[in-house]
Design a protein. Structure first.
Lengths: 108, 371
């Protein structure tokens, strides 16, 4: 099964969940998502998601100078982002439960 | 003749992405390029395509996840390509310049939060305004030290305060922690200013009370603070009353002009005139007006229960031995007299403030020797 299409539907929630751990910048966010198991997540997809979430008022951002190169832009959750994550968590819980039960049904 | 420009693969990649997003607002493009430039630097690879894929693929994926349509992916015309390349070159220069002046550059290039940037810059000016306001009429007279020291100094202080504010904005932490840090520095500066202030105070024009200036400062500054009372002695150590004037005939006073106005209003009342912990009973002229330049002032230590019954005593002083005709033997005195002491004829009066010898005046007085 192509997980890319599935990932598109949950990438917003995944990004918000990683940011709940603490503020971080784009490169580290991609790394954390991959370490969490989303091996195929695209860098551009993450940046596009960040732009959309930030534009929607769900994230904060802060420029922080870096000793290793250009300044990093740290993203973080604001109250709207936390509310969105709470709502998405409930939705995903219900969705995954329904899907698991459906798939667990034995053929008649 | 043309000049060849050599771009690194990373710069070429960023240029290509910029072209692909050229339909977006300039601020949005710059935000994306900032993120992408930092990302490419983190990768540490010579050619970012190895990790990120082709620029076209990156653009398509970015636009799809950002919810943008694909209009920006179309091939631009030649004129538009030339224009966007020039704009890209200008923006790269700006980005490099901003990176060179880090951390000052970081808040400047943060275009997504213009209100915050405006606050960061204005915070420096607000800090300066508070600095001027607090120093006004406290350490450096009516005008304030900053305002009286020229345009260049003011510009330097404005630039320093603003740079400090922007630098603090580049530090990690909440806005309150950064503002708190700025406030700590401003308060520290004020304390330093208070410590070094006496060396700037005694400008000649500031030590004489101005009749028209209701906030004129004290007459002189002594080692224990502003001088409020003056004690005069003849050379024998006998306390005397003196009227003090400057070389223009202006009466010298030790309190601000408005203190005497206030004292005049108290003159006909039963309530005492209290000034900085002392009840002061001025001698008055025939019109009932306080004579401010008659010294010593009659001062009574004031407490909540009222003034002490005896006036503040004169300080214990040592009268220096002076050459010249003295008592019966006709030789100069070899020893110092302590007030009160044997009377000697002289035309010189020694004056002291509340604590120690301050100055010698040409004001004349004399006492007659007893034998």
């Amino acid at each position: 099964m192509d997980t890319t299409q599935l990932l598109k539907g949950v990438l917003d929630t995944a990004v918000l969940a990683v940011l709940r751990r603490g503020n971080t910048y784009g490169y580290d966010l991609v790394r954390q998502l991959r370490d969490s198991g989303f091996d195929d997540v695209g860098d551009a997809s993450v940046y596009g998601t960040l732009r959309r979430l930030f534009g929607g008022g769900y994230l904060t951002s802060e420029i922080v100078p870096s000793d290793e190169g250009p300044p990093r832009k740290y993203y973080g959750l604001n109250n709207a982002g936390r509310d969105m994550l709470d709502s998405a968590t409930k939705t995903w819980g219900h969705f995954s439960l329904v899907m698991s039960e459906l798939l667990a049904e034995e053929a008649v | 003749m043309t000049t060849a420009t050599i771009s690194t693969p990373a710069e070429k990649y960023l240029e290509a992405v910029q072209r692909g997003l050229s339909d977006l607002p300039a601020e949005d493009i710059e935000e994306v390029l900032q993120d992408l430039a930092a990302h490419i630097a983190e990768l540490g690879e010579d050619n970012p395509e190895a990790s990120l894929g082709s620029p076209d693929a990156f653009i398509a994926e970015f636009r799809a996840s950002a919810g943008l349509d694909s209009v920006g992916a179309r091939s631009p015309g030649r004129a538009r390509t030339w224009l966007t390349e020039r704009l890209a070159a200008i923006k790269r220069s700006r980005t490099r310049l901003a990176q060179m002046v880090e951390p000052l550059g970081a808040p400047i290039t943060r275009r997504s939060d213009e209100i915050r940037t405006a606050w960061i810059w204005s915070r420096g000016l607000l800090g300066l305004a508070a600095f001027v306001w607090i120093s006004h009429d406290r350490f450096y007279g009516n005008q304030g030290w900053l305002l009286s020291n020229g345009l260049l100094l003011n510009l330097i202080v404005v630039a320093s305060a603003t740079a400090l504010s922007v630098w603090l904005a580049g530090k990690r932490g909440t806005w309150w922690q950064r503002t708190e840090s700025l406030a700590s520095i401003v308060i520290g500066g004020l304390i330093l200013l208070a410590i070094i202030s006496p060396r700037y105070v005694p400008y000649p024009e500031e030590i004489y009370p101005d009749t028209f200036d209701q906030s004129a400062p004290a007459l002189l500054i002594g080692p224990n603070g502003p001088i409020q009372n003056i004690y005069a002695y003849d050379t024998s150590g006998n306390p005397v009353q003196v009227l003090l004037y400057d070389e223009y005939g202006n009466p010298l006073q030790t309190l601000p002009e408005y203190a005497y106005d206030e004292a005049e209003t108290y003159a006909g009342q039963s309530e005492p005139f209290i000034w900085e912990g002392y009840e002061i009973r001025f001698a008055t002229d025939t019109y009932g007006r306080p004579i401010g330049n008659l010294f010593p002032l009659e001062r009574y230590e004031w407490t909540e229960t009222g003034a002490r019954s005896a006036p503040q005593p004169p300080p214990v002083i040592g009268i220096p031995a002076l050459p010249g005709p003295t008592a019966d033997d006709g030789t100069a005195s070899e020893t110092e007299a302590t007030a009160p002491a044997a009377q000697q004829e002289t035309t010189t009066t020694t004056m002291v403030d509340e604590g120690m010898a301050s100055t010698t005046s040409e004001a004349t007085t004399s006492t007659t020797p007893k034998n």
